[in-house]
Design a protein around this ligand. Structure first.
Ligand code: GLN
Length: 460
């Protein structure tokens, strides 16, 4: 398809799915420059989560605080995508500052899932088997996942701190890939938890995820934590004969639905029949991961959000009689409840009298979780787990929960990979009786993207 036809098709699709509220901004056709046929991403439309800085769109983080923020530069991965001919189609919705698991807590309103929705049956041309209802897209990169699942864009870029790329990918029936921490630059990604944030890739196929990873990965002088990595090459002759797959018992957690349990078992069986050696194993500190993450997250949030003082960036209140007033009213007007709650909790954990009780203890627990992974990699190449505990919950029901409950339900399986930094991918594997996608997660040793993606390609 020619460049113009691709753009037109994406624009038409974006109009059809407007009700899903996936995009915060969309490029004007005349601003989309054509690429060369030799470019690796020639003709690929890309949807970028609105917490990556871009020159030609505002970067709002779905927050009043940055509602008019124009950073004036491109995040390093955006630069790399452009250089390879990708068409930057638009910026997508998220939970405010990527704090959430549903894309329900945004200045721009919630993003809705295409699956199970009235639109699924009208534009998807599907025969209606079950009653349509609005479901969450998952989060916090819900907008990018819907952009890909609806066929509007070929690539979605998300961020992943505790599962925010894999979770919406799972609910939206697409591939969601979190590379190894430090293999992809965070320069220009507005931080949530600096020690865990990784740009994530959302696509319809593993091959597209590989292509995108090869473009955006590698050392970036603007992010000192990044390293050089070799490009992933998938071998069509790859087989599972030498692959050892671990099934961690602790991921069989409270709240795991029967339907996900069934697909988990059946994919394990399929891998075994295809030649892999599949066995149960233990990751004993898994259940501590959520509490530990929550402390570390809130501490880093408290410190990262200090920059929004009404002076240097973003919203400035007009209600101020003193400097203290200026800080206080700009922050209370500009930041939502979830963000303010996390700042308060984080500052409490960081008080001198609490520091060792919470922050230091959480760091120690994080080390224990990392050691679980280290031991696992001595014996296994791949860990196979659920991504989310069920198909996408109904929007009404989910939005009624508080943010902490939402994250506890949703991040259990995804979050440990961010603690250890290992690569992880969510792959859709089945549809449930309500015709909602169910997905599983694969994890591998840090920097072993090649094994991870090779096995993922066999499952998809
Ligand atoms: N749900 C988690 C949180 O709210 C993870 C978010 C993310 O990965 N960006 O912190």
């Amino acid at each position: 398809m020619s460049h113009n036809k691709v753009v037109l098709a994406s624009l038409q699709r974006a109009c059809l799915i407007k009700e899903l509220n996936a995009f915060i901004s969309i490029a004007q056709p005349q601003d989309l420059s054509p690429s060369r046929s030799t470019d690796r991403l020639n003709g690929f439309t890309v949807a970028i989560k609105d917490n990556f800085c871009t020159t030609d769109f505002k970067t709002t983080c779905a927050s009043q605080m940055l509602a008019d923020y124009n950073p004036g530069y491109d995040a390093s991965i955006v630069e790399k995508l452009r250089k390879e001919g990708a068409i930057l189609f638009g910026k997508t919705n998220l939970d405010e500052f990527a704090m959430g698991s549903g894309t329900v807590d945004s200045l721009h309103g919630p993003t809705k899932n295409i699956w199970g929705s009235p639109l699924h049956y009208t534009i998807g041309g599907k025969e209606r088997k079950s009653k349509p209802s609005w479901r969450i897209a998952g989060g916090s990169s819900g907008g990018s996942a819907v952009a890909v699942a609806s066929g509007t864009c070929r690539i979605g870029i998300g961020s992943d701190t505790g599962g925010s790329t894999r979770n919406p990918a799972s609910y939206c029936g697409v591939v969601g890939f979190k590379p190894t921490y430090s293999s992809v630059s965070r320069h220009g990604l507005i931080p949530l938890v600096n020690s865990m944030d990784v740009p994530g890739i959302i696509t319809r196929t593993v091959d597209d995820a590989v292509l995108t990873y090869n473009v955006i990965s590698g050392h970036d002088p603007k992010d000192s934590t990044t390293v050089e990595v070799s490009p992933v090459k998938l071998d069509d002759k790859f087989n599972l004969n030498k692959i050892k797959v671990g099934i961690p018992r602790e991921y069989h957690c409270e709240g795991l639905s029967q339907e996900v349990l069934e697909v988990w078992k059946s994919i394990a069986r399929i891998l075994q029949e295809a030649g892999a050696k599949v066995s149960q194993m233990s990751m004993p500190h898994t259940s501590s991961s959520i509490a530990c993450y929550s402390v570390l997250n809130q501490c880093e949030v408290a410190s990262n959000m200090a920059r929004y003082d009404g002076l240097r960036y973003g919203h400035r209140s007009s209600q101020c009689k003193s400097t203290h007033d200026l800080y206080a009213s700009s922050r209370s007007e500009g930041l939502g409840l979830v963000v303010r709650g996390r700042i308060l909790a984080g500052n409490f954990f960081l008080l001198q009298r609490n520091y060792s009780k919470y922050f230091e203890k959480a760091m120690k627990v994080r080390r224990l979780i990392c050691e679980d992974f280290k031991r696992a990699w001595d014996e296994f190449d791949i860990l196979l787990t659920p991504t989310t505990l069920s198909g996408a919950p109904e929007l009404r029901q989910f939005a009624g929960l508080d943010n902490r409950e939402q994250c506890v339900m949703n991040d259990y399986c995804t979050q440990p990979a961010n603690m250890s930094g290992c690569p992880a991918i969510s792959i859709p594997v089945a549809l449930n009786k309500n015709e909602l996608p169910l997905s599983l997660q694969l994890m591998s040793k840090n920097y072993d993207e090649e094994t991870l993606l090779s096995v993922a390609r066999i499952i998809e």
